[in-house]
Write a protein that binds this ligand. Structure first.
Ligand code: ADP
Length: 584
């Protein structure tokens, strides 16, 4: 049965609805996830850069402070002809290193000695109260850079006094550069001579050259000539950097500081301690080069779990999961609806088949029954042998059979319309005459109602199927009577309206609730007030009327107020030349 419910394209489209909803759901989830991932990544990476800059600035600031300390120490030596041990002690004590310069191992002065000055200097140191002073390691060298003073003179620093730093390449190389460039210069990674305990920290030193007379000589040769010594500081990098950053447990980023540009273990100056699982894969990493006192360091920053946890990137898998679950939920929901719809369509399809078969099967015996009953009625009426009561019963039987016939005809018409088999036998029809004929036929059957026809005198001609047009009149008038259960006036008005014939059937009965009028012309639809009143019907009549009228190129509409009555209006195109005759 070729009905709209069976259209293969449409049913294919409906079956695609659930997978389509799933795909759209997934696409939407994916889009949202990507968007959130991108924004989160951008925001977190900015946060990381910010943390890195802050760490960078903290290291820079701390070392600049140390360098200016050394510059003022150098100034002290350049300004005085001689600085005694006591003066130096007072100077360094006044700086309060522990509080103002955390991480610095000490502040010292190393003197440059030529071989011939060596003995005198040692004697001088002894005279100043350093009885055990000696230059070490032993050996003859072109010049000596021995540590003369180092404060605070604690256990570690005492171990360094007298040490000739030029005997060790890394230190000497930095000293030479400081001397030649007249700049504060940091050494490479060393283990300080102060590292007298088992657990040794790597460290480095910063040298500030001191020239005779306190003025930097203009040439490298002159600088080499007039060098007095160095103000310097040894740094234990563990103490220095943990002093800068404090407790790392709650830190958001970790960092490793390498001397130079190569990230090799022997160049590692400092590794920030954190309670991180070594297998942890940091989300952000950044390698930064850093110039400190003419020396290049590389600092590798990593984000720590605390940093990553604070980021919105963690939401991404949650959004992906929730979105996917919702998409699947949507899929099942749509699928369930599609199934339900499919079942409903199946049921409608089966009903249509049943109605079609049943009405076809019933039509033939019913027609025979109706014919025979009419014959019987006529025969008995002619013989005059029937009592008044028997005649009433026979009339009732005829009437019921006729109703049954109309019902079956309605069903058959519906099936024909559905199958596109309702053929119209077109011919010129005078609507006025046809309406009169129908009214005349209905009139005698009325008890409580009065049926009035208003029609123009001249013919209202259209090209149409007489039987079907008759059916339109019968259905509309029949409804007007049926749905005015307490009787009353039913009016049928026909007139010209421009190029159309307007038929209006008005009753003063139940009326129709306004909210259901849009459904009224659907097959099998019945308004609730009709059902409540238990007025019998199948909901096919108006559907058939609409189909017939539309197939004649016309329209049907209804105006109604519940409890006051209804007017059904049919507009049909008039036959050519018939429009606007006299009365237009
Ligand atoms: P049926 O009358 O067999 O139910 P119809 O298709 O002729 O089927 O009408 C559909 C529904 O429209 C009716 O059930 C009824 O609720 C409503 N209806 C039709 N005509 C009228 C009317 N004149 N007054 C009130 N309700 C009407």
């Amino acid at each position: 049965m070729p009905s709209s419910t069976d259209s293969p394209t449409r049913s294919r489209r409906i079956h695609l609805a659930a997978p389509l909803a799933l795909c759209l759901g997934f696409l939407f989830t994916l889009g949202a996830t990507l968007n959130i991932a991108q924004t989160s990544y951008a925001r977190d990476s900015l946060r990381f850069r910010n943390d890195v800059s802050q760490a960078h600035a903290a290291i820079d600031e701390r070392l600049e402070v140390q360098i200016s300390l050394l510059r003022s120490t150098a100034g002290l030596f350049a300004a005085s002809k001689e600085v005694t041990l006591a003066e130096f002690h007072t100077f360094v004590s006044s700086l309060d290193l522990a509080n103002n310069y955390p991480g610095v191992q000490g502040v010292g002065f190393s003197v440059r000695l030529r071989p011939e000055e060596r003995e005198t200097f040692v004697t001088h140191m002894h005279a100043m109260g350093q009885e055990n002073f000696q230059i070490w390691p032993e050996g003859d060298r072109a010049e000596y850079h021995t540590i003369a003073m180092l404060e605070p003179l604690d256990r570690r620093n005492r171990a360094a006094i007298g040490y000739d730093m030029s005997t060790e390449t890394t230190r000497y190389e930095a000293m030479q550069r400081a001397r030649d460039m007249s700049q504060p210069t940091a050494s490479g990674r060393v283990i300080l001579v102060q590292e007298i305990d088992q657990a040794k920290q790597p460290g480095f030193l910063i040298y500030v050259p001191i020239y005779r007379g306190g003025v930097t000589p203009a040439t490298v040769d002159a600088r080499r000539e007039y060098l007095v010594g160095f103000a310097y500081s040894p740094f234990r990098s563990g103490d220095l950097f943990s002093g800068i950053f404090g407790n790392q447990d709650a830190a958001a980023i970790s960092f490793d500081i390498y001397d130079g540009t190569e990230l090799k273990p022997e160049a590692l100056l400092y590794h920030s301690e954190s309670n991180t699982d070594p297998r942890y894969q940091p989300r952000f990493t950044s390698n930064e080069t850093f110039m400190i006192a003419e020396r290049q360091w590389t600092i590798v920053y990593h984000s720590l779990p605390a940093f990553d946890r604070a980021g919105t990137l963690n939401l991404v898998p949650v959004i992906l999961l929730v979105g996917s679950l919702l998409s699947m939920f949507l899929f099942f929901l749509v699928q369930a609806q599609v199934n339900a719809r499919h079942q409903a369509e199946q049921a409608v399809h089966e009903r249509d088949i049943f109605l079609s078969v049943a009405s076809h099967e019933l039509k033939t015996p019913l027609t025979a029954l109706y014919g025979n009953i009419q014959l019987l009625q006529r025969r008995v009426a002619n013989s005059g042998s029937m009592s008044e009561r028997e005649q009433r019963i026979t009339r009732a039987v005829v009437e019921q059979t006729r109703r049954l016939m109309r019902l079956i005809d309605g069903l058959l018409d519906r099936t024909r319309l559905q199958e596109g088999r309702l053929n119209l036998e077109l011919e010129p029809i005078d609507l006025g005459a046809l309406a009169e004929q129908v009214v005349d036929e209905v009139q005698p059957t009325l008890v409580q109602h009065s049926l009035v026809l208003h029609r123009p005198n001249e013919p209202l001609m259209l090209i149409g199927d007489t039987i079907r047009m008759e059916q339109v009149f019968f259905n509309l008038i029949g409804n007007a009577i049926k749905y005015s259960p307490y009787g009353g006036l039913v009016e049928v008005k026909l007139r010209h309206a421009d190029t159309t014939a307007l038929i209006q059937v008005t009753d003063h009965g139940l009326g129709i609730p306004s909210e259901v009028t849009p459904q009224l012309f659907q097959q099998f639809y019945r308004a609730p007030n009709a059902i409540n009143r238990q007025i019998r019907g199948m909901g096919i009549g108006l559907y058939v009327v609409k189909e017939i009228v539309e197939r004649h190129g016309g329209t049907v509409t209804v105006e109604s107020a519940e409890g006051q009555g209804s007017t059904f209006s049919v507009r049909l195109p008039l036959a050519e030349g018939a429009a606007c005759a006299e009365s237009c």
